[in-house]
Design a protein around this ligand. Structure first.
Ligand code: NAD
Length: 349
């Protein structure tokens, strides 16, 4: 397939691009290269014969139409978004423009292209979204594909709006769409301001490891390579008009997650005395911090035969090792203006 992947220089998009090229697909990577992007994430495939990069902003409809006309993709995987919950609280405007208006532009450019191409049956518009659109859970229960939407942050509200637009374009115009809503990703190439890298990098620097509130917020942790694998399955085999929840089957509180990372670091790079966990520092909670997210992945497991390949402990082991082995990658990003050691513990943690 020829896949048009938006946001392919970001964390999840780059995993999709790398896996798609490895699987023999052609990929057009469309990305505006915002602060969150890093072309080094796709350096390993940049010279592959089936790979092309287009720097374009999804807020620019004409630029999108030109990319569709030039590359004639078989399917779209739309991941480009503003993704950091804390940034959405500080400045929601970019989230509205990119996540809502940008998705509207993508839908309209895709619809124009699809009509002009004679409405090919195999065409798919795959929208990648978050479990945060469902709101917050108590101690029990899980999000299913029919859970009512109840977004609570500017980020999740913008993603909920974009999900609604995608469904509306399917109902109103017949655009062939599939949607996925996933839980918290972690893994290699995760931007340094998100929770897992913040913990690893602060620990290595001997700095306090910040945890919001009392660390009891629970998330379901999904290894990014497993997520990319699921996304490539859905774009090829998912039923049209259908939504699939993708989870890691690995619920952990933030405190448990941080303690696991510290224990892995204690093994891999022991301190002269004490544990990295001694650096854990509880900080004032994020406003409106959702208590618990959990995904029921029954549909994707039963209909498409997908399951995560690793536990969170196995995935974190690989992730910590990757950060130990790839210091130049994260140091270069940390040196960029505006990237600190802020936390991100929403879906886009
Ligand atoms: P990311 O922030 O790492 O990457 C986003 C990419 O989109 C960047 O490369 C950026 O340059 C690009 N982008 C941003 N604005 C753009 C614009 N206006 N035009 C073109 N490109 C633009 O994000 P991520 O963590 O890889 O998330 C990818 C997608 O998955 C997002 O839609 C996000 O909402 C969704 N998601 C992420 C998680 C998670 O845990 N990270 C969980 C659920 C859903």
């Amino acid at each position: 397939m020829k896949l048009l992947v938006t946001g392919g220089a970001g964390f999840i998009g780059s995993a999709v691009v790398r896996q798609a090229i490895a699987a023999g697909h052609e990929v057009v990577n469309l990305d505006a290269l915002t602060y969150a992007a890093c072309l080094d994430n796709v350096a390993s495939v940049a010279d592959a014969p089936g790979y092309a990069f287009e720097q374009a902003d999804i807020r620019d409809r004409a630029a999108l139409e030109a990319v569709f006309a030039k590359h004639q993709p078989d399917a779209v995987m739309h991941l480009a978004a503003e993704s950091h919950v804390d940034r959405s609280i500080d400045g929601p405007g970019d989230f509205i423009e990119t996540n809502i208006t940008g998705t509207f532009n993508m839908l309209e450019a895709a619809r124009k292209y699809w009509i002009e191409a004679g409405k090919p049956e195999a065409f798919r518009f795959h929208h990648i979204s978050t479990d945060e659109v469902f709101g917050s859970l108590g101690a029990t229960g899980q999000f299913t594909e029919t859970t009512p939407y109840d977004p609570r942050s500017p980020y999740s509200a913008s993603k909920a709006a974009s999900d609604h637009l995608v469904r509306a374009w399917a109902e109103t115009y017949g655009l062939p769409v599939v949607l996925t809503n996933c839980s918290n990703n972690y893994g290699p190439f995760h931007f340094p301001e998100k929770l897992v890298p913040v913990v690893i990098l602060n620990a290595l620097a001997g700095k306090p490891i910040p945890i919001y509130g009392d660390g009891s917020n629970v998330r379901d942790w999904l290894y990014v390579e497993d997520h990319a694998d699921a996304l490539l399955l859905v774009v090829q085999k998912g039923e049209l008009g259908r939504c699939y929840n993708i989870g890691g089957e690995n619920e952990r509180s933030n405190l448990e997650l941080v303690q696991t990372i510290c224990a892995i670091l204690d093994e891999k790079q022991p301190l002269e005395s004490g544990s990295y966990a001694d650096l854990i520092t509880f900080v004032t909670d994020r406003p409106g911090h959702d208590a618990r997210y959990a995904i029921d992945p029954t549909r994707i497991r039963e209909e498409l035969g997908w399951r995560p390949s690793v536990t969170v402990e196995q995935g974190l082991e690989k992730t910590v090792q990757w950060y130990l082995d790839n210091r130049p990658w994260w140091q270069a990003l940390q040196d960029r203006a505006g990237v600190g050691t802020r936390l991100g513990t929403g879906t886009a943690a």
